[in-house]
Design a protein around this ligand. Structure first.
Ligand code: NAP
Length: 274
């Protein structure tokens, strides 16, 4: 069994991003909008700010109160879209319930949509065209697989979870790389049977889902899930101790997909389209 070391690979990616940023004539300027007081969101935003600083990307965090109305947020995004200095815009999710998330995502200029969630970027991804930005987590996972020379072509990839930010784009990106993809979700019967046939498993659920040792020999397991167990310890979807002896590669939690997501986001933030 080999570890997919996201911490190590992310440092390499960040080094490359830093070098790329230093060579750019027009410097990237990332703007992150945070609405409300959600504690985990504040931590994520702060991590992004620190990562940007590390690679030399100028960043600005715009904090708005939780009762900010939708129009105020739309107006702010419009201003950032028109601001030639601003090269990247991110709206931290989740947003308060009174704000329509889809409307907000659609308002961002696709060429500044560093999260890659805008319908134009998603549509291009699905059509096999080059979007301005790929969503950070699946892009980071592919960077991790590439670093370990793990081939996807002709492989059976099982993606567990179908969120718009991880599961769906991951499935599409693996399909674009000529994997045969099965997407599983909460209505999928016989998940264990499907897992047994997978060459590559990407699990993005948020609870313990792969406990069995019935993974295919030589399989590659990527654990996206991250949550606290009953003892308050950070853990992932995969029962690492049980499953790891039976697979070829596995990503740990923490230290796997998490740091790759941040590095991949910084890679996106370093791209300048205006
Ligand atoms: P999400 O929106 O939380 O949705 C979870 C997905 O899991 C849904 O598609 C759901 O199916 C599916 N699911 C739930 N129970 C299941 C079961 N018993 N069997 C099979 N599928 C099941 O997904 P997300 O936002 O992608 O987040 C998933 C996890 O990844 C969370 O722990 C999150 O914190 C983590 N995450 C980590 C990173 C990182 O950088 N490390 C980034 C993003 C997310 P339905 O669609 O049928 O409800």
């Amino acid at each position: 069994m080999n570890i997919l070391d996201g911490k190590k690979v992310s440092e390499k990616v960040l080094e490359n991003v830093k070098e790329r940023v230093s060579s750019l004539s027009k410097k990237p300027y990332l703007n992150v909008i945070l609405v409300g007081d959600d504690a985990p969101s504040k931590i994520y935003v702060n991590n992004k700010r620190k990562a940007a600083e590390k690679v030399g990307i100028r960043s600005n965090v715009i904090e708005l109160p939780s009762d900010t109305d939708e129009q105020t947020l739309l107006d702010l995004i419009k201003n950032l879209n028109y601001d030639d200095e601003v090269t990247g815009i991110m709206v931290q999710l989740p947003l308060p319930e009174h704000i329509n998330k889809n409307k907000i995502v659609e308002a961002i200029n696709p060429g500044k949509d560093v999260d890659g969630f805008h319908p134009e970027n998603v549509g291009k991804l699905v059509l096999g065209l080059e979007p301005y930005f790929y969503p950070a987590t699946p892009q980071g996972i592919l960077m991790l697989l590439d670093e370990y020379n793990i081939q996807t072509e002709g492989k059976h990839a099982v993606v567990i979870g179908r969120s718009n930010i991880v599961g769906k784009p991951m499935a599409q990106m693996l399909l674009n790389r000529n994997a045969t993809v099965t997407v599983c979700h909460s209505f999928t019967p016989n998940l264990d049977e499907i897992i047994k046939t997978a060459d590559i498993i990407v699990s993005a659920v948020g609870k313990k889902i792969v406990r069995c040792k019935m993974v295919k020999k030589n399989s590659v397991i990527v654990d996206v899930g991250i949550f606290r167990d009953s003892n308050g310890k950070l853990t992932g979807d995969i029962d690492f101790d049980v499953v790891s002896p039976f697979c070829d590669f596995i990503s740990p939690v923490p230290g796997g997909v998490g740091p790759m997501t941040i590095a991949s986001l910084m890679y996106n933030a370093s791209k300048v389209y205006i």
